[in-house]
Structure formats: C-alpha cells, structure tokens
Write a protein that binds this ligand. Structure first.
Ligand code: SF4
Ligand code: SF4
Length: 137
C-alpha cells in the first residue's frame, strides 16, 4: 500500500522541481522546433532593398509552383524582381527556395503566426517579404 504511494510521490516531486516547459503564449513566443521553417522573408542589401536579382531559380525549383517572378534591370544594369509573388497559402515550407538562392536573398524565417480569412491575402510581394524581415532580426 505504501510503496505505490511513495512511487507516485517520487514522480510528483521530480516534476515539481524540474524546469517548466510551458510557454506563456502569446506573450512568450518561441519557434515550435529548432529547425523550424516558417514564413519567408527577403534579406536586404546595403541600400535597404531586396538582395534578390530575379534569377528565377526559386520559381523553377519550387515544387508547389507558388512563386511568380518578372525581372527587370535598373539604370545601372542591375537585375531586380519587377514582380515577385509568393503564395504562402500553397507553400509547403520545404526550404528549396532558400537553398537554391545564389545571393542569399530569401530565407525561411521563424514566424508561424499568420491568419487570414481570404486566401488571396497570403500572396507575398517584395514589400511584404521585406516587412517580414523585421520579425527575423
Ligand atoms: S518553401 Fe518550398 S514550397 Fe515554399 S516557396 Fe519555397 S520552394 Fe516553394
Ligand atoms: S530569391 Fe534568390 S533564387 Fe529567387 S529569384 Fe531572387 S535571387 Fe533568384
């Protein structure tokens, strides 16, 4: 009779003195896993613009075909994405776009919070991808 009681008490005491793993969401936010691949963001260059050169490799490699790019050249002959659209509602967060990018312009971030009622609002433009950078310092 006393043995099971002591065993139970031992378990209670072990958890009582162990570090809590509870996260006080939404005040406290941590990525669900160390290698979490969340919402994409664009890295900025020294001028504060996207580092993307519109090469189209991410569009070609994306298995969900959720990236669309139109490329142009600026007055210095530098290529940039005139149109960059990433439909996050179709993305499977495989990370291929990040891996294939030759200039380290696009990354999968740690952010996992994004809820919309209209699927069209999940379409990320260059501005939205640069905005997302703020959540991934
Ligand atoms: S993470 Fe994968 S599915 Fe999502 S945009 Fe990048 S390549 Fe496409
Ligand atoms: S994000 Fe990278 S891979 Fe995609 S078009 Fe821009 S430079 Fe190319």
């Amino acid at each position: 009779m006393i043995i099971p009681l002591l065993k139970g008490l031992k378990v209670t005491l072990r958890y009582f003195f162990s570090r809590p793993i509870t996260v006080q969401y939404p005040e406290e936010k941590i990525p669900p896993a160390k290698r979490w691949r969340g919402i994409q963001y664009f890295e900025k260059d020294e001028r504060g613009k996207t580092k993307c050169v519109g090469c189209g490799l991410c569009m070609a490699v994306c298995p969900s075909q959720c990236i669309y790019i139109e490329t142009a050249e600026d007055e210095e002959g530098k290529r940039y994405p005139l149109t960059y659209e990433l439909d996050a509602s179709r993305c499977i967060f495989c990370g291929f776009c990040e891996e294939v990018c030759p200039v380290n312009a696009i990354f999968l971030g740690k952010n996992f919070e994004w809820v919309e009622e209209d699927r069209s609002l999940y379409r990320m433009t260059t501005e939205r991808l640069l905005e997302e950078k703020k959540l991934n310092p």
